[in-house]
Design a protein around this ligand. Structure first.
Ligand code: UDP
Length: 403
């Protein structure tokens, strides 16, 4: 069981002391987190670590998941794509399905928190249950250029919240409620990010039949078109013409992402007959993800759209050289040619990969800078502090304290 004090060697005593001091003011308050899946994707990743640490700080944090059938998650996936600016054909029946499942959750979910912390669009309509408690909508999606029909529909719910939280300044929207900018984080001590002995890394490679006799380029992501796995294969093929390397495309599914199976099949089809492309359908296993990231020579994240891109944060923390698209929250993490290489196309990705594979010294330097940047900005302790301040701020209004 990881304790707060275990973070002291990484972030220093002061950071942990500050957390204890601030959390004291929220002692006993119930923070009810609600999202749409307990496994898969960045939100579940963060809540898994955030909730126990808030509890250690004597804040009564809990986590509930809404219920939804296949049709509901198909609709919310369309919402997700549309909010990212993709052209999705939305019908009246899509909105009806969303409202119907939302109504069931509104009737059946036990809302008991002092603060209800709603993550992403899927549970947004629960706000109908608002009483005299505080409600926050936490948007993990890049909504800088959303499809207006979908955004207007969701906005009707969002405006009823006490506050909204976005991951980056460019994502914020014109809203009549308070807005906060808080970027996500990773937990340096979790199984996903902790140091691993070499034999654990080799075991995982062995399990998947991968030898490390040539450089490994890896993208870890759900099989989602927005992660552009086919673009990664095309970029790899360009690199392969001059550098003998191998590619790992690894990911599991998320319960709230019904497109995964289809995309996985497309990717497998595109990769066939190249023994150096490893398409891995991963079980939910953080050590395996950690090992694959650590075994890699270069990490790629060629997303077409991205919320924040925790896989980039995870790779940088491991001091890996990263090639990633200039989308969503990725430029907050990578300063081009300083803490990684940003790309804007398949050709750009191939060029950057070649550059890093051909210049190990340069690649190493970028990785080291990346790790330092994550240490200073994207670790869980900073995130915890900002959430606690956010919770506290809900009780402050017009200079009057409602604690
Ligand atoms: N992840 C995982 N197993 C997988 C694929 C992804 O554990 O097979 C994790 C990944 O390590 C990261 C999160 O899921 O922590 C994905 O977050 P990100 O922000 O990169 O993308 P999202 O899936 O939320 O769009």
């Amino acid at each position: 069981m990881i304790k707060l004090q275990d973070y002291i060697p990484i972030v220093g005593q002061q950071v942990v002391d500050d957390l204890r001091l601030l959390a004291d003011k929220l002692k006993g308050r119930v923070i009810q987190n609600i999202n749409s899946t307990s496994v898969g994707g960045g939100v579940a990743e963060i809540l898994n670590r955030m909730v126990p640490l808030l509890q250690e700080l004597s804040i009564d944090a809990r986590w509930d998941v809404i219920k939804g059938g296949e049709q509901f998650f198909e609709v919310t996936k369309k919402f997700h794509n549309a909010l990212h600016g993709l052209q999705e054909k939305m019908n009246k029946s899509d909105f009806d399905i969303f409202l119907e499942t939302s109504q069931k959750n509104i009737e059946e979910m036990n809302i008991y928190g002092d603060i209800i912390f709603i993550h992403d669009p899927q549970p947004v309509a629960l706000i109908k249950n608002k009483k005299d408690n505080k409600w926050i909508w936490r948007c993990h999606v890049d909504v800088s250029n959303p499809d207006q029909k979908v955004w207007k529909f969701l906005k009707n719910f969002v405006v009823k919240y006490d506050a909204a939280v976005f991951s980056a300044p460019s994502f914020s929207q014109r809203l009549p409620i308070r807005q906060f900018l808080i970027s996500p984080s990773i937990d340096p001590l979790s199984d996903k990010n902790k140091e691993l002995p070499e034999d654990v890394i080799s075991e995982v490679l062995k399990k998947y039949g991968i030898t490390n006799d040539k450089p490994i380029v890896t993208q870890i992501s759900r099989f989602d078109r927005l992660k552009d796995p086919l673009g990664v294969i095309t970029a790899y093929r360009q690199v392969k013409k001059s550098i003998d390397c191998q590619l790992i495309l690894a990911g599991g599914g998320a319960k709230d992402d019904p497109e995964g199976v289809k995309v996985f099949e497309e990717v497998t089809e595109r990769a066939k007959e190249d023994k150096d492309i490893h398409i891995l359908l991963l079980p939910q296993n953080d050590i395996e993800v950690n090992a694959l990231q650590r075994a890699s020579t270069v990490i790629i994240q060629k997303s077409l759209k991205e919320g924040f891109g925790l896989t980039v944060t995870e790779a940088l923390w491991k001091a890996k050289p990263v090639v990633a698209s200039h989308v969503g929250g990725i430029p907050l993490q990578i300063r081009h040619k300083y803490s990684g290489l940003l790309c804007h196309s398949v050709d750009g990705a191939a060029f950057a990969l070649k550059q890093l594979l051909n210049s190990p010294g340069y690649a190493k330097k970028l990785g080291e800078n990346g790790r330092e940047h994550v240490k200073n900005n994207f670790l869980l302790t900073r995130h915890l502090k900002e959430y606690i301040l956010l919770f506290l701020s809900l009780y402050y209004k017009d200079d009057v304290v409602y604690l």
